[in-house]
Design a protein around this ligand. Structure first.
Ligand code: SF4
Length: 880
């Protein structure tokens, strides 16, 4: 560059923070500033030694060169194929170039250092333009027209300054100001610190304020608080990765792999736009479609459902599946043309770029910038064909991050390393605690401190000194300075202030104060109550409250949950899946089928007979999901094994009683009067009703062990079993003996090695073990009679003592229970009439609640309600 053209100019090189004050002082001396150019050191160097920005091309070349060295490497053969290896080598080379290091002096004391030197020396010629020091030294330029002001000097910058001075530049000193208008604050935590600064800014008048974060990780909290206060700001820190990067890479993968997994990934990222991509994803995954099958119209579910062959998958699930298929069809139609283009392409990057470029004007601004960066990368790397481009291009695309800089606002947010704050009246430094400040970090990775200590690069001590002198200087740079830190983290743990700010505050004789913080607004307490009129419309129909007993139990588990399910009728929209409910449906159907033909002897069913029944039960799954046949076979085999074990324990249980299965899946509708003018319209299906010539009992199949508990019955949480018995007692002219749960689950039973009987240790032989298993699997429930002669022993049902007498803890008065339930149902009607839908969850209800994500309840768990004090026990006692 011709040095002569600058001779009539004065160049002032200074940090941006000083530009305004330098300009002001120049204008004090003269009326105009003609011929003066203010610039930073980086601008000066870029003007003198411009560098063409071809980083991606250089990276690709460096990657190829390094791969060629693989055969000569001793220990890094495997590592060098990773693009991150190339990244670290390039960073080191550029750093060494800036410091004018002689690469022939790099350490080669061990195999790793020999390999590193090999790679570094191979790529070093690509980055020589970064060696500004040697370029200045070897040029015949003079710098008499340059005036240098002090600024952040890393060791290599100091070398450049020394060279410029050697070649004629002048350096001026800036005296430390005698007085700094300084304030020093603390807050309880980072959020309160941000809140306090926002409130402070709202009360000040200023032209321009700089906010410096000691820890840039505090940016999201500060931005969210500023956004809430509607404070306009610009920022020089914070990078974002636009969403288009992930969409782009997922499409590239789809074109390369052409399989349904990569198609699902592309759909998940939104790379192929359609109205209901989740349905399409669900459909592909549900039916395990190949990518070729995705190109065909979807009609499998329609065909199977219309065939009338499905027996166990209920109508609701069929409707959900058909809805999913319909929506998947619509979405498939929307992406079909693009998908065909992708699948027929052999040029992933160009095809993907064209896909997004055709809608360029509809993209978000960040996505537009990112797409242009992607274009640069593709153009710069495409010269390197094949494997290298395939590894390097995705790596470089993943590295794209855009500065989230917002322009033209009176508040500028930055961090300590980027302390370029032009024209600021005041600077606030936040987060000055011992963890974030002074913020010097040592080098790690391939070129760590150990490696650097063997080179001619600046030593750790030199770098630390340079950093500390910079850090000290920031307290004297600004006329109005506020320093602040949070004295604790969000868990309440204490954090100490930075030593340097404490010393500075002492020197300035300023004491620490709490940020004044105005707490405004009131905590919102929401009323979980409906207008009675709305509640009536939601829950009642023609002076009736309809539903199943289990839906009413849900009210007592949590009224708010009942409101969602029975009031708003919000149900999870999920398509059919193999879950415990479907397994339960099949097991119920097996029991029903077997007991219909052989009410007493159904547990004697042979393995072969059961296998035939299971074959027909699993037919639905095979029809709907033919590709998962192996899975269904495994599930079926496991179910068969379990059921045979269940039958083995049910056989003696059935033989021990004169009850016989009489009704199964017994449907009922019943109006239960309440103390109000609204009745309960109950409907439901009773699993099983067993009878003798004069008595009957209710049996409810359960997939796990369950017991009736008095506090839960009294609190409305266990209404079902006994409600069934009360209703059927009005239908059959027989004695209602009891209501029981029968667990289909085969429990793990721990068999001890011996038991103590009459002070003697008795070994647990097979008979005792068998008895232990039977004991763990008894029917559980309540009796409503004094004596239950229909049981031959007390072995298979809980609550019997000697001579078929019923233990008083399991014996209740059915009429009194009916009276209790009338009170409970009256309470339910009354609460709903008043619109009471409080969040009042009982034990574990929130854990299994489908509405937890819209409720966000964080309070306590409630005990069951005490609605009535009726004594429901049978008064005549039989001692245990
Ligand atoms: S999350 Fe808990 S409190 Fe909320 S509705 Fe569900 S059960 Fe009730």
């Amino acid at each position: 560059m011709d040095n002569q053209i600058f001779l009539n100019e004065e160049w002032i090189v200074a940090p941006k923070t000083l530009h305004l004050s330098i300009m002001e002082s120049k204008l004090n001396d003269t009326l105009s500033v003609r011929g003066i150019r203010l610039m930073t050191l980086d601008t000066l160097l870029a003007t003198l030694f411009p560098v063409i920005n071809e980083n991606s091309k250089l990276f690709t070349s460096a990657y190829s060169i390094i791969q060629e060295k693989r055969k000569d490497c001793i220990v890094l053969k495997e590592t060098i194929s990773y693009p991150e290896f190339t990244r670290q080598v390039i960073d080191f080379v550029v750093y060494a170039m800036k410091n004018d290091v002689d690469f022939s002096t790099l350490p080669k004391e061990n195999p790793k250092e020999i390999d590193l030197a090999l790679c570094v020396e191979a790529v070093e010629p690509l980055f020589r333009s970064h060696n500004v020091i040697s370029q200045i030294r070897n040029s015949n330029m003079t710098f008499n027209h340059v005036t240098l002001y002090p600024f952040y000097t890393q060791p290599h910058q100091q070398k450049i300054i020394d060279l410029l001075i050697e070649k004629g530049a002048k350096q001026v000193d800036i005296d430390k100001p005698d007085f700094v208008n300084f304030q020093y604050f603390q807050a309880l935590n980072s959020r309160q610190e941000a809140e306090a600064v926002a409130q402070w800014l709202c009360t000040q008048s200023f032209n321009r304020i700089g906010i410096v974060l000691s820890d840039p990780a505090g940016l999201p909290v500060l931005s969210s608080v500023f956004d809430r206060y509607k404070i306009e700001y610009q920022q020089t820190i914070g990078h974002i990765q636009p969403n288009i990067i992930f969409r782009f890479l997922s499409l590239v993968r789809l074109i390369k792999e052409k399989n349904s997994a990569s198609l699902v990934e592309a759909l998940t990222h939104g790379a192929l736009e359609c109205s209901n991509r989740q349905s399409l994803i669900d459909y592909i995954q549900h039916f395990d479609l190949t990518v070729e099958e995705v190109l065909q119209p979807f009609k499998h579910v329609k065909t199977v459902c219309e065939s009338g062959k499905l027996q166990y998958i209920d109508k609701r699930n069929q409707i959900a599946l058909r809805k999913m298929e319909y929506e998947a069809n619509v979405s498939q139609g929307e992406i079909l043309a693009d998908l065909i283009t992708m699948l027929s392409s052999s040029n992933p990057y160009i095809t993907t770029f064209d896909h997004f470029a055709k809608n360029f004007s509809f993209l978000f601004e960040d996505d537009k910038h990112a797409l242009l960066s992607i274009k640069d990368i593709i153009e710069q790397c495409a010269f390197e064909a094949g494997e290298t481009a395939d590894i390097v291009i995705p790596y470089l695309i993943e590295q794209i991050s855009l500065s989230s800089q917002k322009q033209s606002a009176p508040i500028i947010i930055t961090d300590i390393k980027n302390l370029e704050l032009p024209d600021c009246d005041t600077v606030i430094i936040l987060g000055l605690n011992q963890r974030s400040f002074p913020g010097f970090s040592t080098k790690t990775g391939l070129f760590d401190e150990d490696y650097l200590s063997k080179t001619a690069l600046p030593t750790l001590k030199e770098r630390l000194n340079s950093h500390m002198s910079y850090v000290q200087s920031i307290f004297y740079r600004f006329e109005n300075l506020i320093c602040s830190y949070a004295s604790g983290n969000y868990e309440g743990k204490g954090v100490a202030p930075a030593y340097q700010v404490e010393v500075f505050a002492q020197q300035q004789n300023i004491s620490l104060k709490m940020w004044p913080l105005v707490h405004h607004g009131k905590t919102v307490t929401r009323e979980y109550q409906l207008e009675p009129g709305i509640s009536q419309k939601l829950f009642f129909n023609d002076r009736k409250l309809g539903g199943s007993v289990s839906s009413f139990e849900r009210f007592f588990q949590c009224p708010y949950q009942y409101y969602f399910q029975s009031g708003l009728k919000l149900n999870k929209l999920q398509s059919f899946e193999l879950n415990s409910a479907f397994v339960g449906t099949i097991q119920h159907a097996i029991f029903e089928n077997l007991a219909k033909d052989n009410p007493k002897g159904y547990p004697k069913t042979t393995k072969e007979e059961l296998s035939l029944l299971l074959d027909s039960s699993f037919k639905d799954l095979h029809l709907l999901y033919p590709k998962s046949a192996k899975r269904w076979d495994i599930v079926q085999a496991r179910m068969q094994e379990n059921l045979m074990i269940t039958f083995d324990r049910l056989n003696p249980m059935e033989e021990d009683t004169s009850f016989t299965v009489t009704h199964q899946e017994y449907k009922f509708e019943h109006a239960w009067p309440t103390r109000h003018d609204i009745s309960i319209a109950l409907r439901g299906i009773i699993d099983r009703i067993d009878m003798t010539s004069s008595a009957f009992r209710i049996v409810d199949y359960k997939s796990s062990a369950k017991r009736l508990k008095i506090d839960k019955v009294m609190g409305g949480l266990q209404l079902q079993l006994t409600t069934y018995l009360i209703i059927t007692s009005k239908l059959f002219e027989k004695t209602p003996v009891g209501a029981f749960y029968l667990s289909m689950r085969n429990l793990d039973v721990t068999i001890p090695r011996y038991k103590i009987a009459k002070k003697e240790a008795v070994d647990f032989d097979s008979e005792l073990s068998e008895a232990e298993i039977v004991k763990k699997h008894k029917l559980t429930g309540w009796f409503f009679v004094e004596k239950a002669e229909m049981f031959r022993s007390k072995d298979y049902v809980q609550g019997l003592i000697n001579d078929q007498k019923v233990d008083k803890r399991y014996k209740f008065d059915l009429l009194k229970v009916e009276e209790l339930f009338t009170e409970i149902y009256s309470y339910l009607v009354n609460e709903l009439s008043l619109g009471q839908i409080q969040r009042r969850p009982t034990e574990s209800t929130c854990k299994f609640c489908d509405y937890a994500s819209i409720c966000w309840y964080k309070g306590k768990v409630y005990d069951p309600l005490a609605i009535s004090d009726i004594d429901i026990s049978l008064n005549k006692e039989v001692d245990a």
